[in-house]
Structure formats: structure tokens, C-alpha cells
Write a protein that binds this ligand. Structure first.
Ligand code: 4AD
Ligand code: MG
Length: 445
């Protein structure tokens, strides 16, 4: 009996007879020869059915195989540098072919399809080679993030998704009915992580987070995955030092593990090779100055308007895009105005209109992928913030408790997984970075 193998291991079976199980990606008919590109989830390999080497009825089936038909083939592995596939360089000469199902006409063909059609057929689109490549990179990124943290003494502690209060802001909450009382899908796990650090020092949580945002941009999802490290005794500088090591590790790991995938996606990897610590750091003040200077130098009136920014307002996409194009690495922007940042961020000493916050903007126009800050740890100050902003104190009593029982300076950040995948894979739109995207106008399939 031939061993059943995964295509990713094919190089270990040169000149041996093996069995592979999978789906027909496509087929080329050359009369006495049928070239079948087979996918098994672990890779892609070209299999050749030659009339003389197969029983007649099996060769007849080979000549009719439709795209996505499921088959089991047995054959000999031949080395051939030119053979397409992933890992590639080998093909299989079919000796036996077993049909499981002849697939009906598959809606997604190698020709071009519009994004809405592809998203309606997301359950099938995931089978295409580019989507396979993206999900594999996503998998590597998740592993790389967790490996780095686990290797540096962080403990993964996950936080609830059903929560009694807003974690970030009250304008983007998904409300659900919790036995007759309102509850909300978590926007962040951060507030709970702030409790967890007093027990575990350095922690992170990782899970789906939810924002009922009315934004229909290429950067926003209603459901996205966020990984959030939180560290006791960290200040803003510690946070940036850690983030740049962490991000460099993630990008390096993808370059090590996913060359084939990046090639399928036609990603310019030279841009990624550059992503090594340290990263440039500029203040919000400097960012505003740079943007207004660029606007002044711009002759295109429309572009000028998009770039101009008044101190005290948040960046829009055009601002972030322009800022990232000034650097060839990710860039930190720190000390944002407190008015548009969350209530828990520490005010800068002697300059309370700005806070100890930092965003990391990914290069090549991608923009914000992480957001973080030093948290207010002073009991009086956090009480003041809560009352000035009119936040219902009783809902946050447990959070305020943390400032009473051994409060310490601390900081943390959240990284959006899908935005990170979009950047590393070089994708135009975030919708392809998550298996089943939830967007303003989409919750199907
Ligand atoms: O900047 P945000 O809102 O920060 C927080 O939620 C903090 N509580 C995190 C922390 O300090 N622990 O979100 C963090 C990141 C953003 O930088 C972005 O990458 C991603 O989450 N993100 C989104 N990604 C996709 N779709 C959306 N609607 C997103 N909103 C935020
Ligand atoms: Mg943010």
C-alpha cells in the first residue's frame, strides 16, 4: 500500500509511489495526457494522467474531471524543476484514480470576478490559491505573536466577550439582550487585562472584538481579532521598545515561513525585509506639522484639503497614508490630544491636553495597526476623569478598585490582526484577511 501523504511533504517521496487526496484545482486536456492540478489543503501539485498508464475507465474519468471534483490519486513522484505547485518542483504520474464526487459547475472560475460576487461566495472563494496564501500568512502571524509573547514571560489570559459596559467608547457598541438586561459585545479586553496584571505581571488576551461602526472603509470590520498585551510597570517608552521588537519578530517569521505564499500574492518582500527595530518615533505635534507642510507644498487643491489638519483633530485615512509614506518602516505617533482618545489614558505631565498614547502606523499607506497607552493608575485622577466625562461610576466600580489595591504604573496596546495581515500580504482591502468578514452591509455567508 502506498503511503497517504500531504503535498507539503512531497519532496521526501522522490521516485516513490504515494497516495494524495484532494480537489481538482484545474485541468488541462492534451488528448492522451491530462494535467490535473490537485490541492489537498497543505499544497498544490501537478498530477499527470497518461492514457497508457491508467485503466481505461479511470482515464475516461480523468478526461472529464470538473473543477473542484474530489479525488484520491496514487502515483509516482517525479522530480521536475519546472513543475508548478506549492512547494513545487515535483509532479505525480497517476497510476490509479478514484473519484469521490464529480463537482457541479463551480461558480468561481479562473476568470475575473467582482468583489461582491466573490464575497457572496466566500465559502467557496476560500479555496482559491490567493485566499489560501492569505489564510496561511494569517496563521503564521498569530503563531508568531503568541510565540514571542510566551517566550518573553507573558501569560495568555482571555477576557469575556459578553460585557456589562463599554470598553472603548459608547458610540460603537453592539447591544444584546442578556436575560432582560442589556449587555455588549466586547470592543476590547483591555480593562480586564488591567485587572489581570496585578495577578500575572505581563499578560495578553486574544480574541474577536466588535465595533458597530458606521464606517465602510477598506480598514474597518465590525468583527475583528485583536491581540492585547498589558504590562505592569511599563511606561510609554517601554511600550514602544517592546512593540518594535514584537512587530519585527512577526514580520521576520512570515518572511522565513511563507515565501511561497508571499510569491502567490506578488508581495514586494524587499519592503518587509526593512521592517526591523528601531522604528521612527514622532509626536502628534510633529505629525501635524509635517502634514500641513506637505499640504502647503501640494499644488493639487483637492489633495491639499485632504492633507490639511487642525491641531486637536484625529487623523483620517489620507493623513495616515501620507505619514506612512514619509518613512520606509512602521512609524510610531505618540502624545495624541486627549479629546479624541479613551478616558483611561494618562495625561502628559504639565500638558494635560495631550496623553501618553501611541499608535503604530504600518508603511506603504497602510496606517494604524496598533493603539496603546500608559493607563491612569492614580486613584484620584481616574475618579476625576470618570466624573468629568459623565461615565456611570457604578458600572466601572471594579475597574476603579484596581487603583485602590496596590495600583502601579502600567501600559499596553492592542494590535488589529486583520489590518496586520492586510499590510504584510500587501492587500488593498481588509475583507480578504478574515475567513468570513462582517461589514456594514454584510453578514453572509
Ligand atoms: O485603537 P483601538 O481602538 O484600541 C483599543 O481598543 C485599546 N483598548 C487597545 C489596548 O490598548 N489594549 O484598537 C486597536 C487596534 C487598532 O489599532 C486597529 O488595528 C484595530 O485594533 N481595529 C480595527 N481593525 C479592524 N476593524 C475595526 N473596526 C477596527 N478598530 C480597531
Ligand atoms: Mg486606535
Amino acid at each position: 500500500m502506498a503511503p497517504i501523504i500531504e503535498i507539503r511533504h512531497i519532496d521526501q517521496y522522490e521516485d516513490q509511489v504515494v497516495t494524495v487526496r484532494g480537489w481538482v484545482q484545474d485541468r488541462t486536456d492534451k488528448g492522451k495526457l491530462q494535467f490535473i492540478r490537485l490541492r489537498d489543503g497543505s499544497g498544490f501539485v501537478q498530477c499527470v494522467a497518461f492514457k497508457k498508464e491508467l485503466p481505461e475507465d479511470q482515464f475516461a474519468i480523468a478526461g472529464k474531471l470538473s473543477q473542484e471534483s474530489s479525488i484520491i490519486i496514487t502515483g509516482s513522484v517525479r522530480k521536475d524543476e519546472r513543475a508548478p505547485g506549492v512547494p513545487g518542483g515535483f509532479e505525480i504520474g497517476i497510476q490509479n484514480l478514484e473519484l469521490i464526487q464529480m463537482a457541479e459547475d463551480f461558480p468561481i472560475t479562473p476568470k475575473e470576478h467582482g468583489p461582491e460576487f466573490l464575497m457572496d461566495n466566500r465559502h467557496l472563494w476560500l479555496r482559491s490559491q490567493s485566499q489560501w496564501a492569505i489564510m496561511r500568512v494569517r496563521g503564521t502571524i498569530i503563531r508568531a505573536m503568541m510565540d514571542w509573547l510566551d517566550d518573553h514571560g507573558y501569560l495568555r489570559i482571555d477576557n469575556p466577550i459578553l460585557t456589562p459596559t463599554a470598553g472603548e467608547d459608547t458610540t460603537s457598541l453592539f447591544e444584546i439582550d442578556y436575560y432582560g438586561e442589556p449587555a455588549y459585545l466586547a470592543q476590547t479586553g483591555q480593562l480586564y487585562s488591567e485587572a489581570n496584571i496585578a495577578a500575572f505581571g505581563k499578560v495578553y488576551c486574544f480574541g474577536p472584538t466588535f465595533r458597530a461602526e458606521k464606517s465602510k472603509t477598506r480598514r474597518h470590520l465590525m468583527e475583528f481579532w485583536m491581540l492585547e498585551p498589558e504590562m505592569a510597570f511599563f511606561n510609554l517608552e517601554d511600550l514602544m521598545d517592546m512593540e518594535e521588537q514584537f512587530i519585527s519578530h512577526v514580520v521576520t517569521r512570515v518572511l522565513e515561513r511563507n515565501r511561497s505564499e508571499l510569491k502567490i500574492l506578488e508581495r514586494d518582500t524587499s519592503k518587509l525585509e526593512n521592517v526591523l527595530a528601531p522604528f521612527p518615533r514622532i509626536s502628534y505635534d510633529e505629525a501635524v506639522e509635517r502634514l500641513n507642510k506637505l499640504a502647503a507644498e501640494t499644488t493639487d487643491e483637492e489633495q491639499k484639503k485632504l492633507l490639511q489638519i487642525e491641531w486637536g483633530t484625529d487623523f483620517g485615512s489620507p493623513h495616515e497614508t501620507a505619514l506612512t509614506q514619509m518613512f520606509d518602516k512602521p512609524v510610531f505617533v505618540y502624545h495624541f490630544p486627549s479629546v479624541f482618545k479613551a478616558f483611561y489614558m494618562t495625561p502628559v505631565a504639565n500638558r494635560p491636553e495631550v496623553c501618553r498614547s501611541v499608535d503604530l502606523l504600518a508603511p506603504e499607506g497602510y496606517g494604524e495597526i496598533t493603539g496603546g497607552s500608559e493607563r491612569i493608575h492614580d486613584a484620584e485622577l481616574i475618579e476625576q476623569r470618570v466624573s468629568t466625562l459623565g461615565i456611570p461610576r457604578e458600572n466601572y466600580a471594579w475597574y476603579l478598585d484596581l487603583r485602590k489595591f496596590g495600583t502601579v504604573p502600567h501600559a499596553g496596546f492592542g494590535i488589529g490582526l486583520e489590518r496586520t495581515v492586510a499590510w504584510i500580504c500587501g492587500l488593498q482591502h481588509i475583507r480578504e484577511t478574515i475567513p468570513y468578514a462582517r461589514m456594514l452591509n454584510r453578514k453572509y455567508p
